[in-house]
Design a protein around this ligand. Structure first.
Ligand SMILES: [Zn+2]
Length: 325
């Protein structure tokens, strides 16, 4: 018998109108409320503990079960999400990268998002990036700009190819020693020179995470630096996982039955072996679909993006089954 579970993935959730970054790819708070109304009418929100028990065959979840997950450790999750969930008596699962919370630095992934939301046209950003690549082409033996565009402009599900190109090239396409200074330069030019201040406004702190955990929320691992873990050598994969487990333990979060959420959805067999060795119970990917807990490997469960669900509480319910995605 099938054991279906819809897992919804959220990132930024905030009031966008009148904010400093109205173009940020975020879910507006009003739309979030509408989506929660929709979920309340058509689904049964379950807790991570229930889901883990279901993967072991200890319980069967109702067919309309839904798990709420929030990636990247944004202050949004404390300020706007927590009150909404608490008032409905629902659990959310939150996945903060260690560096974001601890070090007052803005993660590269977020520098890229806010550069893109700064109002600078993607063409202008691409011109800047091409100028940097031209300057470093000879010493790094880089492919041509056209070859890079061809390789990295096609992967996105929601973005324009130019935006996808900027994100993928800067997230993983270029060598680390080259991409970090380029990202920094763009962030300083188009967003802010005060990274520490920006980080303090963007991310949760440890006290807030403790409060969320005490309120019954689930806190899990999203790695240390928010990297594509499948691109890392073994030693760095270990370091990423160990740092995030030490961080969770420091927060007082139980690391028995802990949950991994892969940054960018990146995992490989080496990582899955390591997670099994470390006692990880569940893994969340960005593969698109409805999980069937009797079929899916528990360490590679698919999710839906918030954009896949209506934001109007009165919208008709789609019959979300794996075959319709
Ligand atoms: Zn993430």
């Amino acid at each position: 018998m099938a054991n279906h579970l819809t897992i919804v993935m959220y990132h930024y959730v905030r009031p966008l109108r009148g904010s400093r970054y109205p173009d940020l790819k975020a879910l507006d708070l009003d739309h979030f409320r509408g989506q929660l109304d929709f979920i309340q009418r058509h689904y049964q929100v379950v807790s991570m503990q229930e889901v883990i028990a279901a993967t072991r065959g200890d319980v069967v979840l109702p067919d309309n079960s839904l798990l709420l997950t929030f990636d990247d450790g944004y202050l949004d999750h404390y300020a706007y999400v927590l009150p909404q969930l608490a008032s409905r008596g629902w659990q959310g699962s939150f996945f903060p990268p260690v560096r974001a919370v601890r070090e007052g630095r803005v993660l590269d992934v977020n520098k890229i998002h806010f550069t893109l939301a700064s109002g600078a046209h993607p063409e202008r950003l691409i011109e800047k990036i091409y100028a940097e690549l031209d300057a470093h082409r000879a010493d790094h033996d880089l492919p041509s700009n056209e070859e890079y565009f061809e390789a990295y402009s096609r992967e996105g599900r929601y973005d324009d190819p130019r935006v996808t190109f900027i994100k993928r090239l800067l997230q993983k396409g270029l060598p680390k020693t080259l991409r970090e200074p380029i990202i920094d330069k763009l962030f300083r030019e188009f967003v802010t020179g005060d990274e520490r201040d920006f980080a303090a406004e963007l991310y949760l702190n440890e006290e807030q995470l403790r409060e969320m955990y005490a309120a019954g929320m689930c806190i899990g691992s999203h790695g240390d630096e928010h990297l594509w873990l499948n691109t890392l050598p073994d030693g760095e994969q270990h370091d990423e996982i160990n740092a995030s487990l030490a961080f969770l333990a420091g927060l007082g979060v139980s690391t028995r039955d802990w949950v991994m959420c892969y940054p960018f959805g990146g995992y490989d067999e080496r990582l899955l072996d390591l997670l099994r060795e470390k006692g990880c119970s569940l893994g969340l990917t960005v593969d698109v679909g409805i999980a069937d807990l009797t079929q899916h490997e528990p360490l590679t469960l698919p999710r839906l993006d918030t954009n896949d669900l209506p934001t109007d509480g009165n919208a008709p319910c789609k019959n979300w089954k794996a075959s319709t995605i």
